[in-house]
Write a protein that binds this ligand. Structure first.
Ligand code: CP
Ligand code: NVA
Length: 304
C-alpha cells in the first residue's frame, strides 16, 4: 500500500492544496446546514500529543467523529512512547491498528522517522519546525474573507518559528509575497529563506514590513518548549506588537490572523485581537476543523 503523509505543505501539489481548501469550504457549508457527511465509519484516528493543545486536539477529535470515525488520544505520559520505546517500533505497531495518525512533537525529524515506518497516513499537528495544519485553516480563512491569496502581500511579524516556516512554504504554494519582520537573532531557517528568496523579504522594522500588506499575521514570542526564554524574548521583541497603529500602515482592507493561543499586550494588542472588522482569529480557529476534515478525507481517499 502506498500512503500519502502530510508533514509539510510541500507534501501537496499546488492544485491538491487548492482542492483541499475548496473542499474545506464545502464541508463547512454542509455542517452549517446540518447535512451529515460521514464517509469513514469505523475509521480510527490515532492522536499523539507530546505538547499541549486546545484547537488541534478538539478539531481533530471532533472532525473525525463528524466524518463517522473515532479517535484515540495518546500522550507520552501514559504510553510506552514516554518510556523510550523506539519511534520505529511505535509507528509500526500503532499504524497496524488505526487508519490515520496525527502527531504533535518537538523535533521534526521524529515525525519524519515515524512516517517512514507507518503503514497509514501521518499528519504533522505541529513540530518545532512546521505547523502545516494551521496554514490550511489560515488559507481557507483568507479565501473566505478576501478571495485568492495569489499575488497578495502577507506580513509575518515576530519570531521566525514553526508557523513562520509554514508561511514561507505557503507563499510558494499559493504564489504570494511574504514579508517577515523579526528581530536579529530570530530569523527563520536560513536555508528555507534562501530557497524562497524570490518571494520572501526579511525586515527588522515591522512598520516598513507591513506597508502594502493585505494580510498580517503573528504568533507568540516564546513557543512551546521555549518557556524559560519568555522574559528574555519579551525584551528582544519589544516594538513587535501588532496593534491598530501598525495595521493602519497596511492596506485598507488588510486582515489580521493569529494561530492562537494569543498573549494580549505582547505580540498583539487586546484591542486589535477583539476588533472583528480586522481580526479574523475566531474564523481562523474554527477553520481548523473544516480544513483538517478535508485533509483527512484527502489522505484516506489516497490510500492505494
Ligand atoms: N493553533 C494551535 O495549534 O492551537 P493549539 O496549540 O491549541 O492546538
Ligand atoms: N509557535 C507556537 C504555535 C502554537 C500553536 C508554538 O510552537 O508553541
Amino acid at each position: 500500500m502506498t500512503v500519502r503523509h502530510f508533514l509539510t505543505l510541500n507534501d501537496l501539489s499546488d492544485s491538491e492544496l487548492a482542492t483541499i481548501i475548496e473542499r474545506a469550504v464545502e464541508m463547512k457549508a454542509l455542517r452549517k446546514q446540518h447535512i451529515e457527511n460521514a464517509p469513514f465509519p469505523n475509521h480510527v484516528l490515532g492522536m499523539i500529543f507530546e505538547k499541549s493543545s486546545t484547537r488541534t486536539r478538539v478539531s481533530f477529535e471532533a472532525g473525525m467523529a463528524q466524518l463517522g470515525g473515532s479517535s484515540i488520544f495518546l500522550s507520552p505520559r501514559d504510553t510506552q512512547l514516554g518510556r523510550g520505546e523506539p519511534i520505529e517500533d511505535s509507528a509500526r505497531v500503532i499504524s497496524r491498528m488505526v487508519d490515520i495518525i496525527m502527531i504533535r512533537t518537538f523535533e521534526h525529524e521524529k515525525i519524519e522517522r515515524f512516517a517512514q515506518y507507518s503503514s497509514v497516513p501521518v499528519i504533522n499537528a505541529l513540530t518545532d519546525d512546521y505547523h502545516p495544519c494551521q496554514l490550511l485553516a489560515d488559507i481557507q480563512t483568507y479565501v473566505e474573507h478576501r478571495g485568492s491569496p495569489q499575488g497578495k502581500t502577507v506580513t509575518w511579524v515576530g519570531d521566525g518559528n514553526n508557523m513562520c516556516h509554514s508561511y514561507i512554504n505557503a507563499a510558494a504554494k499559493c504564489d504570494f509575497h511574504l514579508n517577515i519582520a523579526c528581530p536579529e537573532g530570530f530569523d527563520p531557517d536560513q536555508a528555507l529563506v534562501s530557497k524562497n528568496s524570490d518571494r520572501v523579504t526579511i525586515y527588522r522594522d515591522p512598520k516598513e514590513a507591513v506597508k502594502g500588506s493585505d494580510w498580517v499575521v503573528t504568533d507568540v514570542w516564546a513557543s512551546m518548549g521555549q518557556e524559560e526564554e519568555q522574559k528574555e524574548r519579551e525584551a528582544k521583541f519589544a516594538g513587535y506588537e501588532v496593534n491598530h497603529e501598525l495595521m493602519k500602515l497596511a492596506n485598507k482592507d488588510a486582515i489580521f490572523m493569529h494561530c492562537l493561543p494569543a498573549h494580549r499586550g505582547e505580540e498583539v494588542s487586546g484591542e486589535l485581537l477583539e476588533d472583528e472588522s480586522i481580526s479574523v482569529v475566531w474564523d481562523e480557529a474554527e477553520n481548523r476543523l473544516h480544513a483538517q476534515k478535508a485533509l483527512m478525507e484527502f489522505l484516506l481517499n489516497h490510500r492505494k
